[in-house]
Design a protein around this ligand. Structure first.
Ligand code: PLP
Length: 225
């Protein structure tokens, strides 16, 4: 199966659902990203700022770039001119810096709140309480260049289906509670980003609207990311 074949298989799999594919291109060269683009893929995800800023100018301007990895506040400025969605918002400080940089460039940047749903200690993300506290902050009510569009989570790296379903269900539950408490009349708040190469089918069954898939499209990565 070529990259183009893989993209077409995902297009078929997602047809008629409300779930979209973010092709995770980290570690892969622009030639392979172009191949996916030529097969019709437009949403791409990268987890490192330096890699994203190096690739973006080499590729078509209508790609919707998603930053999916941990983002340091001092690096927001490098991606603010072009990034479409930052999926990894995990602090108020970061959110306010995205607002500041987006304003500088007179742009809107879409963001997702990243929640910690996995067992692993090391995975970044907010707890429910942290998210609530953040959204109650007066500064968040006044955001003008940031649109909070939903939630993102990374499940535990496991084959245990019931555990994965439970974690995906937890994230969907957070989404629904936030929607009810903070975004009731906001059509924009609509995304649940969950599911990767190993677990995207379960994630779709549990309500994912954005799956982030790398190795099932591009093959295994030459070096870990
Ligand atoms: C690398 C990565 C993915 C894609 O992982 P695959 O298993 O290759 O599909 C998804 N989400 C995040 C946050 C990642 O860093």
């Amino acid at each position: 199966m070529s990259i183009a074949d893989n993209i077409r298989a995902f297009q078929q799999e997602l047809a008629g659902t409300r779930c979209r594919l973010v092709a995770v291109s980290k570690t892969h060269p622009v030639e392979l990203i172009q191949e996916a683009y030529d097969a019709g893929q437009r949403l791409f995800g990268e987890n490192r700022v330096q890699e994203l800023t190096a690739k973006q100018p080499e590729l078509p301007a209508d790609i919707e770039w998603h930053l999916i990895g941990h983002l340091q506040t001092n690096k927001v400025k490098y991606i603010a001119p072009f990034v479409h969605t930052i999926q990894s918002i995990d602090s108020l400080k970061l959110l306010l810096e995205v607002e500041r940089q987006a304003a500088k460039h007179q742009r809107q940047i879409r963001v997702l709140l990243q929640f910690h749903i996995a067992d692993e200690e090391t995975k970044f993300g907010l707890s429910w309480e942290e998210a609530e506290t953040m959204l109650r902050d007066a500064a968040v009510q006044q955001l003008q260049h940031v649109r909070i569009a939903g939630v993102m989570g990374i499940a535990t790296n496991t084959d245990d289906e019931s555990k994965l379903r439970q974690e995906f269900g937890t994230l969907r539950g957070y989404f629904e509670r936030l929607k009810a408490e903070f975004f009731n009349n906001n059509q924009e708040f609509s995304e649940i980003s969950m599911g990767m190469s190993g677990d995207f089918r379960l994630a779709i069954e549990e309500g994912s609207t954005l799956i982030r898939v790398g190795s099932a499209i591009f093959g295994s990565r030459a070096y870990p990311a």
